[in-house]
Design a protein around this ligand. Structure first.
Ligand code: 7TS
Length: 415
């Protein structure tokens, strides 16, 4: 066993916060669970589970419809969550917070409702090499539908965007730039403020895929000056099947509805339909009410801890994890950008990442393995996939030491 290094100075009492997460208090395969897969889905604090349970036990009803008390209570809780989310990312108005099923739906909404009606052959959509499939395929679909061309800004061997090349690709033919905030495969944080300013100087609107940004740092959409910001509830300690599309009100006003159905209308007749006000025009059908209420509770939780505290803790832990992993003979770190958040991909000797993941699981250590829905990133490095450890508020130095010990065990097994 390697000796744990206890010199990590935690800025917050992590052990206290860890107790807020019931799922983490269990053994897996006979070992205390070490959960290092929060980039795929983060665990929920009890307060989120309680908020969902309270709605289901005492307030369950549909929203925006009934005159009865339960429906009022459900509507109030649901709309309060929207207000919390508005404040959380500092959007100017609650009309700019469209509640969706997650990042994927948020991006598809922009692709189909904003982009598709206003582009055609000769136009271009600009993305980067580091995107998750959710920020690639929706744009490929629009290109197929319209004849527009998809341009991809390159990255370097550390997993950083090559900014000069990105800027070279920004021309008046580009109708939107869609870019991740933080790469889910490599952890790279892009210099968004600079990139957005450059795009806006040329009149190019910018969508940010914030799925891996929101959980790890304070987001201020007005300060970033982005036009769209998409994120998911389940990566920020909320329930699955919830998410947000932030969009500037002036843009939402020009966009046709994404889906038709109940709640997105003011009046319907066979002759025609008048759409509802923003943001409801983009929220057809009964939403994930319980999930959204839980997402609101997740915002409360994140704010009670403080995003600055979370970012500082995770940064220290990432530094520690990188240092400990580097000490392992035969490790190859994939993604070594100067500015990174909470994620480290790696390979160990020539052990297949799935084998590594299985061996670690036997020791109670949960990591993600494979291509991480970022196949172009894997292609760049000429590999089928990586092992990936991702950190959250509830992880500590002991988790990292357990990961390193488990990797040493794997080496022995494959020796
Ligand atoms: N964009 C990024 C950057 C992501 O990391 C993910 C999910 C998505 C979009 C899609 O989010 P969803 O909530 O709509 O599914 N990323 C991961 C991951 O890294 N491992 O599993 C899912």
């Amino acid at each position: 066993m390697t000796q744990p290094q206890q010199d990590l100075q935690d800025t917050i009492a992590v052990s206290d916060y860890r107790q807020d997460f019931p799922l983490l208090q269990q053994e897996v395969n006979g070992h205390p669970l070490v959960y290092l897969d929060s980039a795929a889905s983060a665990q929920q604090p009890a307060s989120v589970m309680d908020a969902v349970a309270q709605y289901e036990r005492t307030d369950h009803a549909n929203v925006h419809r009934g005159v009865h008390s339960l429906s009022h209570r459900a509507t109030d809780a649901y709309e309060q969550a929207r207000d919390k989310l508005r404040a959380f990312i500092n959007a100017e108005s609650r009309s700019e917070i469209v509640l969706t099923s997650g990042t994927t739906e948020s991006i598809n909404l922009v692709a189909q409702s904003y982009c598709r009606p206003r582009i055609g052959s000769g136009d271009r959509i600009l993305i980067t090499h580091l995107e998750h499939h959710s920020n690639i395929v929706p744009w490929q679909l629009v290109c197929e539908q319209t004849g527009a061309e998809l341009l991809v800004a390159p990255m370097d061997s550390r997993g950083q965007l090559v900014l000069e090349k990105l800027y070279e690709l920004m021309t008046d033919k580009v109708k939107i730039l869609a870019i991740g905030h933080v790469s889910n495969a490599l952890g790279t944080i892009h210099p968004l403020r600079e990139i957005i300013a450059r795009a806006h100087a040329l009149g190019i609107p910018v969508l940010v895929d914030g799925a891996q940004g929101v959980p790890h740092m304070a987001i201020d959409v007005q300060d970033l000056d982005c036009d769209f910001y998409a994120f998911s509830g389940h990566k920020m300690f909320g329930p699955t099947g919830t998410g947000v599309l932030y969009a500037r009100e002036c843009l939402l006003e020009t966009m046709p509805p994404y889906q038709g159905g109940g709640d997105m209308i003011l009046e319907v007749s066979f002759e025609g339909t008048t759409y509802n006000d923003l943001p409801y025009k983009f929220e057809a059908g009964t939403p994930n009410i319980a999930g959204v209420i839980g997402m609101g509770a997740a915002v409360d939780y994140l704010q009670s801890v403080g995003l600055a505290n979370i970012a500082e803790h995770e940064q220290q832990l990432l530094d520690y994890m990188t240092r400990r992993l580097t000490e392992i003979d035969g490790i190859r770190l994939i993604g070594t950008a100067a500015n990174k958040a909470s994620i480290q991909s790696f390979m160990l000797d020539d052990i297949h990442s799935h084998d590594l993941g299985t061996i670690l699981d036997h020791q109670g250590v949960a990591i993600r393995t494979g291509h991480h829905c970022a196949m172009p990133v894997m292609d760049y490095f000429g590999i089928p996939g990586t092992a990936r450890a991702s950190l959250a508020l509830y992880n500590n130095a002991d988790d990292v030491d357990r990961l390193v010990d488990a990797l040493e065990q794997a080496k022995k097994l494959f020796a």
